[in-house]
Design a protein. Sequence first.
Length: 542
Amino acid sequence: MNTAIRLILPLTLAMLMFAPATSAAESTATAPAAPPAAGPAPLPELPEVQDVLQSDGDGREDSNIVAVGQDAALPAGEHADAVVAVFGSATSAGDVSEAVVSVLGNTRVTGPVGEDAVAVFGSTYVNSRIGGDVVAVFGNVELGPEADVGGDLVAVGGTVTRHPQSRVSGTTNNVMTGWTAGNFDGLRTWMRACALYARPLAFVSGIGWAWGIALGFLVLYVLIALLFRRGIDDCVQTLRSRPGQSVLASLLTLLGIPVLMMILVITIVGIAVLPFVGIGLFLAALFGKAVMLAWIGGACLAPLRRHDASGDESRATDVLAHPALAVLLGGAIVLALYTVPVLGIILYKLLGVLGLGAVVFTVILSLRSARDARRAAVTLAVPAPAMSAPAMAVTDGPAATAPAVATPAVATPLAQLSLPRAGFWPRMAALAIDGVLIAVVVSLIVDSSRLTLLALAVYGAVMWKLRGTTVGGSILGLQLVRTDGRDIDWATAIVRALGCFVSLIALGLGFIWIAFNDERQAWHDRIAGTVVVRSAKGAPLL
């Protein structure tokens, strides 16, 4: 292909892939709604076609016909250098020096074109002389009897139909056959009616598939509310009682996700858990959308619940308090707002961020409450301090007893075995901290990253022997103990450090094993006979 096609196609596809409001699946993923009202509604007025005049340096003015949001047409007998339509069709019956291009529309050429005729997410019809190529990306190519193509025919995801009298100088390329141009009519309608106005949905015909996706996700959100009522209620309560902190947690989560991914990649070991992190974030985002819908719907149902609860408690009151009903009502409200230009896409993004932040913040609060409960249980379980034997003073009078001196109890490794086991995520977080620390130190000493894993293993062995933990473990309150209750010796520390390579070589499965083992032991823990516990008082390094 020539220069025009090589530039237009990548730029167009990049715009469609990365524009914030042009993903049909994403933009409609959370629109909990009913199907649109029957009957088509007219599209809003779109910008007028613009004629752009430029001078080429020799005194002749070049004209480019450009239309955004509607069709671009060049009548017969007129001249233009290019005819371009974005979110519309391009039609040319006149003389075009360069190219005729349409994005999310069809291209129809019945006049001579000096270079190319291109349609992206549309079909191309040619019945004239074309100096370059004829291309249709996810559309069909059709040549009339007077078609004379100087370049190639290219149809991606469509078919090629040629009249017997048509002429093609180049080759015919048909890629991804089996698709038809009709498969993308709905997408073109959605792009023109929704994406162009930065809204997920609109009341127009031709985008029933988008409303179907919305209904599917609505059913999923209601199912989440039915299965995890307590979790939804806890997250909604967090939003109501701590709105400021929830918003802050949302911002920190939004900024922290890229940092977390980078840390996992840098540590190399964390690459194995990247898929699990991605799945976890996806599930948390779905749960967060359900939380936001329940929060919105619950705020509307609150007056009804208070009015009903003024007398005796009834079955109707319990139904009104169920988060599933709140999700339905919240979805209806969000549906109406999703059809508003600009506000619709802003609301969609905002609900996603706030929902994920509310879930993360609620999990943090739950972990903090569980930690406090464990500390309280450990405090109650500690026996009274051992008292020294009474010292008897021999005097002329009665024997006097010296004040008893309390001997503080020492947390032995055997006693630490009764502490709760450290889970997968705290251990991975501690490993990530240690990995970053060692990577920075190694980069300052030598100009090579090959020694990072070896340095990390040596660092771990030394810290386990001397302190029973590492810097990352100390921050997260983790402690390494032997399963037989004895102190960590050099043999145990070294064997565990070498065992980490065994866990890593098997595509990180030895580390992932922590999440499935009852004792939360990785493979290197089982090899060395160790477990990692959560210390109620932390694990100081000094």
